[in-house]
Design a protein around this ligand. Structure first.
Ligand SMILES: C[S@@+](CC[C@H](N)C(=O)[O-])C[C@H]1O[C@@H](n2cnc3c(N)ncnc32)[C@H](O)[C@@H]1O
Length: 240
């Protein structure tokens, strides 16, 4: 099945755990692992950010798409605010229509605000590089689901400057988690002042990455990150 968003067509795909994902023609990439969209979301973001154990209060997600990030989070947490970002407005409307994610759902300014029990979501519409600067967030982020398309397809959302902006909006307790195993992403996080950690990847991926604002690097990873041959993604590079 296909549908048209604001940016182009999407194909709805059933993944191996039975949950649905999307393939975006505009970005020429799928939103999740074909091995299981919901399982991947739980592993990379819910477990990766330890939101249930830490009773997260303020989560920030990069890319709303199907709404799975919120859906899976609301299964393990009740009272939280979930900020998300989405370039494609029609996609947000489609996700709510298809998945009945929120009990109340309305547009407020340039955002969609949804509630489910005592959880609230605010989905900022537009380029996240801009919208996070315009919005006044009620709380600092204690969890970040870094779920943009890959750096090749979505380069602006993986740069040192992007990770610096996220750091400014986060509490000291924050955990940033992403599916990406890229050394250049790790280096961008490192250059922006994050403590970087490698963890096991989902399904057949070689690794995944987390970022913290407290703690220390492992000696092995520090050695790797200090290698001048690994260049961080930066705004100046992608704009040149
Ligand atoms: C990998 S998908 C996110 C999947 C989502 N977390 C889910 O569980 O379904 C990436 C999303 O980021 C959105 N996106 C891409 N560039 C963006 C930007 N500059 N600002 C905001 N959203 C963006 C895309 O439209 C896409 O929906």
């Amino acid at each position: 099945m296909k549908f048209s968003g604001s940016l182009g067509e999407y194909e709805v795909i059933q993944t191996e755990d039975g949950s649905f994902s999307l393939f975006s023609e505009a970005f020429n990439e799928g939103c999740h692992s074909s091995h299981g969209a919901a399982t991947e979301t739980r592993y990379v973001y819910i477990d990766g950010c330890e939101v249930a154990d830490r009773k997260s209060k303020c989560i920030f997600e990069v890319g709303f798409a199907t709404g799975l990030g919120f859906i899976e989070t609301s299964k393990v947490l009740e009272d939280f605010i979930f900020y998300s970002t989405e370039l494609d407005e029609k996609l947000v409307l489609w996700a709510q229509e298809k998945n009945k994610i929120f009990d109340t759902f309305e547009k407020v300014g340039n955002a969609y605000v949804g509630t489910k029990g005592s959880a609230k979501a605010v989905i900022l519409i537009g380029d996240a590089r801009e919208t996070i600067k315009e919005h006044s967030f009620k709380l600092p982020f204690d969890a970040i689901y870094q779920d943009a398309f890959s750096p090749k397809r979505n380069p602006t959302l993986w740069t040192k400057e992007w990770f610096e902006d996220l750091k400014e909006l986060s509490s000291d307790e924050v955990i940033l988690s992403t599916y990406s195993a890229s050394s250049r992403v790790k280096k961008a996080l490192f250059a922006a002042g994050w403590i970087v950690e490698e963890r096991e990847g989902f399904a057949f991926k070689r690794s995944a990455t987390r970022g913290f604002l407290k703690g220390e690097h492992s000696d092995q990873l520090l050695k790797k990150l200090e290698n001048p041959k690994i260049l961080p993604y930066t705004d100046s590079e992608i704009n040149s």
